[in-house]
Design a protein around this ligand. Structure first.
Ligand code: CP
Length: 363
């Protein structure tokens, strides 16, 4: 069964097929208006969402299919203590494909492990958000005309920003990518991303303190919100929340062909005086999200019938039941019945990383 839990679940060829199909849908939407007739998408959203949930809903409706699900887990049997695994088994009786957003990191992996239908990770805590990545790649392709040979600045919350993690992973497969990391000390990109993704794939990166010093070099500026909901300590959030604000003045040094992306929602990190600038692509990016999710639904439903298409949820050399994950938000620490699973780390430590959330084991 093919699922989409992490952007690296898609081969370069599969990624290209999805983007090409999204472009074809944009060119001729009528051609696809009954492509999912009789099919049902379940949207299981345990965490708030505007764009992702509604774009999945709009995508399935435009494909002629139907949508069921919940947008607030409090209104489902999750509030009675039902696990993610059991909820998935139940939804398998009602739907053909699942899109799940969850605050527990690794929730989509657990769901996929318990599913006979494709599972799409619509965001798991601060870990991964692969359909935002598809949205971002389609936007870069449409706005700039290519996805390779780009210098991309990531600004804001690079620690908890799941969209940043997923996009850097996907970009590491393209040639000529340079990454500029613009974040305060407290919100820097996690080490596993630097070592296992950037270093391992030969993606050069630099860390800088201000956007001004790099603005003129960027092809894409990817802004992010500092995510209050991910902080355990509100004072810590208050210290960093206003660190970076992009306004029209700062854009004076940017190239005319640079594009500004943001997964949205924004709080104050992009001033509204930037919105009318032709380089501001973030609302066009939202619409691309619907088209690329239409393409993803079609492809995953097609691949569900192909025995050669599989997602490796745990590698063959994974260690079972030996370690405990140090991440308090990992599903292995939050739900009963989730087996401890660690894979060898691809970094200098020679240790292990949690299969669900990529954190290290407890010491
Ligand atoms: N970009 C994104 O995931 O937005 P929502 O949280 O509104 O779905």
């Amino acid at each position: 069964m093919k699922h989409l839990i992490d952007p690296t679940d898609l081969s370069e060829r599969e990624l290209e097929e999805i983007i090409d199909l999204a472009l074809d849908i944009i060119a001729d939407r009528n051609k696809y208006s009954e492509a999912c007739k009789g099919k049902k998408l379940a949207t299981l959203f345990y965490e708030p969402s505007t764009r992702t949930r509604l774009s999945f809903t709009a995508a399935m409706m435009e494909l002629g299919g139907n949508v069921l699900g919940f947008s607030d887990a409090k209104n489902s049997s999750v509030s009675k203590g039902e696990t993610c695994a059991d909820t998935t088994k139940v939804i398998n009786c009602f739907a053909d494909i699942i899109a799940m957003r969850h605050f527990e990191e690794g929730a989509a992996t657990v769901s996929a492990m318990n599913s006979r239908i494709p599972v799409i990770n619509a965001g798991d805590g601060s870990h991964s958000h692969p359909t935002q990545t598809l949205t971002d790649l389609l936007t870069i392709k449409r706005e700039i005309g290519r996805i390779d040979n780009l210098t991309i600045g990531f600004c804001g919350d690079l620690k908890f920003g799941r969209t940043v993690h997923s996009l850097i992973k996907a970009l590491s497969r393209y040639k000529g990518i340079k990454v500029v990391l613009i974040a305060p000390e407290q919100l820097r990109l996690p080490d596993y991303m630097k070592e296992e993704v950037c270093d391992r794939n030969g993606v050069p990166y630099v860390e800088v303190d201000t956007m001004d010093e790099v603005m003129g070099e960027l092809d894409v500026l990817y802004m992010t919100r500092v995510q209050k909901e991910r902080f355990f300590d509100e004072d810590e959030y208050d210290r960093v929340k206003d660190f970076f604000v992009l306004d029209a003045e700062k854009l004076k040094n940017a190239r005319p062909e640079m594009r500004i992306l943001h997964p949205l929602p924004r709080v104050n990190e992009i001033s509204t005086d930037v919105d009318a600038d032709p380089r501001a692509a973030y609302f066009r990016q939202v619409e691309n999200g619907k088209f690329v999710r239409m393409a993803l639904i079609l492809k995953l439903l097609e691949w569900a019938n192909d025995p050669t298409k599989n997602t490796e949820l745990a590698p063959a050399d994974a260690v079972r039941g030996k370690y405990i994950c140090r991440n308090k938000r990992c599903i292995s620490n939050m739900e009963v019945g989730v087996e401890s699973l660690f894979r060898p780390a691809h970094d200098h430590t020679g240790g292990y990383r949690c299969v669900y959330c990529e954190s290290k084991p407890k010491d």
